[in-house]
Write a protein that binds this ligand. Structure first.
Ligand code: HEM
Length: 409
């Protein structure tokens, strides 16, 4: 029903997503990976599935891979399977609860608010450098280094390696698409191997010389089940470094394109009529950076969108479609800069709700605040080109120009 590789669809998926959602709340489609999925298109169903404990991100421990028709894990993907094994995203209770509680302590709104001065400094420095160019790329010149510096600082990861995290992460997240090619899979496996051995060295170093940072905390913490294993720590570092920037970078790119393309929206934020905290909620609702998440049905009696599901079936939730559902949002295809509605699906919900949401919101609002202050006449310099991928939804580059630049205080 939807060709997720069609370049026209990828450039702007919303006309087709809207048409399909209005025609049906659910449709069935087999992916290139051979998996049959039931796609949910409407807000209420996606909202409820995210919170339904009868569904899981992975079949285990309730069912096995073979119960749900999955082949055994590919042995030639060993390093990738290893880094995914203890990723929070791939765990269900009780392991999920144990790891999430440890990480959550570092991501409370209070702890994140304390990072504000550092985040402002990074934004100011990078914007000053970017403004020296006639046109700058919002993603490569600002959003990527900005977001990576912030997450690396929070974790205590050596910042001089930032371009390596970026490369590893870009290659690994290709595995989350619906149409990953063999070449992309092979590259993701190699990236996982390199990333994991880099983590091993870092873990050894922090065990020997603990610092006051999240990675040292993970290396030394004593829980009621004992210390975390090296595999658990490695998966957590990889997840936090990847999740900690990919979606934030694309949120800023997608959001700034929407904001600058909407007459009057930029001026409303620049003049202070709309706060950046309010504006970013619409930026992430209107064009979310992660378009699809999946769940396995792990119990009997599950029913959504008028269909009864059998155990072992797979549900795919279309986040961008849910965020444009007129049953929940008024005029959903309008970018309304002061809408300020935080009930969008963008950060998920239920036990896997984004742990980094307070950090992402802080980064996005600081970036917007500093751009409006330092580059008051910022505008799109060229029509931006989309990345040819659906799940991780963003631009290749977003070229901007600013005539006048106000120095940071
Ligand atoms: C605008 C930026 C971001 C968006 C849109 C976003 C979105 C999401 C979503 C939708 C999920 C839930 C996945 C699911 O239900 O299956 C998630 C999980 C997660 N996110 Fe984010 N994220 C963002 C930024 C961040 C940042 C900055 C971090 C920081 C480290 C982060 C860390 C995580 C982690 C660790 C999980 C797994 C939580 C769990 O499984 O319990 N995210 N994110």
């Amino acid at each position: 029903m939807i060709d997720f590789t069609d370049p026209t669809f990828l450039q702007d998926p919303y006309p087709l997503l809207n048409a399909v959602r209005e025609e049906t709340p659910i449709f069935e489609q087999r992916g290139d990976d051979g998996i049959q999925r039931w796609f949910l298109t409407r807000y209420d169903d996606v909202f409820r599935v995210l919170r339904d404990r009868r569904l899981g991100r992975v079949p285990e421990p309730i069912m096995s891979r073979s119960d749900v028709g999955l082949p055994p894990l590919r042995s030639d993907w060993g390093p990738y399977n290893d880094v995914e094994q203890w990723s929070l995203l791939m765990l269900e209770p009780p392991e999920h609860r144990r790891l999430r509680q440890l990480i959550f302590r570092e991501f409370t709104p209070k702890r994140i608010e304390g990072l504000r001065p550092t985040i402002v400094d990074h934004a100011d420095r990078l914007l000053s450098e970017a403004s020296e160019k006639r046109h700058f790329d919002l993603l490569a010149d600002f959003a990527q280094p900005f977001s990576i510096h912030v997450i690396a600082e929070l974790l205590g990861a050596p910042i001089e390696d930032w371009s390596r995290y970026l490369d590893w992460s870009h290659r690994i997240v290709k595995m989350y698409e619906l149409d990953t090619t063999d070449d992309q899979a092979e590259s993701a496996v190699r990236a996982s191997d390199e990333f994991a051995s880099w983590c091993q060295d870092l873990i050894a170093e922090r065990r020997a010389h603990p610092a006051d940072d999240l990675i040292s905390g993970l290396c030394t913490v004593e829980t009621s089940d004992g210390r975390l294993s090296d595999s658990e720590i490695t998966s957590t570092i990889v997840l936090l470094l990847n999740a900690g920037h990919e979606a934030t970078v694309n949120s800023l790119g997608n959001g700034m394109v929407s904001l600058l393309a909407t007459p009057g929206a930029w001026d409303s934020v620049r003049s202070g009529r709309v706060t950046s905290r309010t504006a970013i909620e619409e930026m992430i609702r209107f064009d979310p950076p992660l378009q699809l998440f999946e769940r396995w049905v792990l119990a009997d009696g599950v029913s959504y969108a008028g269909r009864d599901f059998a155990r072992g079936e797979k549900i795919a939730m279309l986040f961008g479609s849910a965020n444009r559902d007129p049953r929940h949002f008024k005029d959903p295809d309008q970018f309304i800069v002061d809408r300020g509605d935080t009930t969008h699906i963008t950060f998920g919900g239920g036990i896997h709700t984004c742990i980094g949401a307070p950090l992402a919101r802080m980064e996005l609002s600081v970036a917007l605040e500093r751009m409006t202050a330092m580059m008051p006449d910022l505008r799109l310099a060229e029509p931006p080109i989309r990345h040819p991928a659906f799940v991780i939804h963003g631009y290749e580059s977003v070229s901007l120009s600013a005539q006048s630049v106000v120095g940071s205080p």
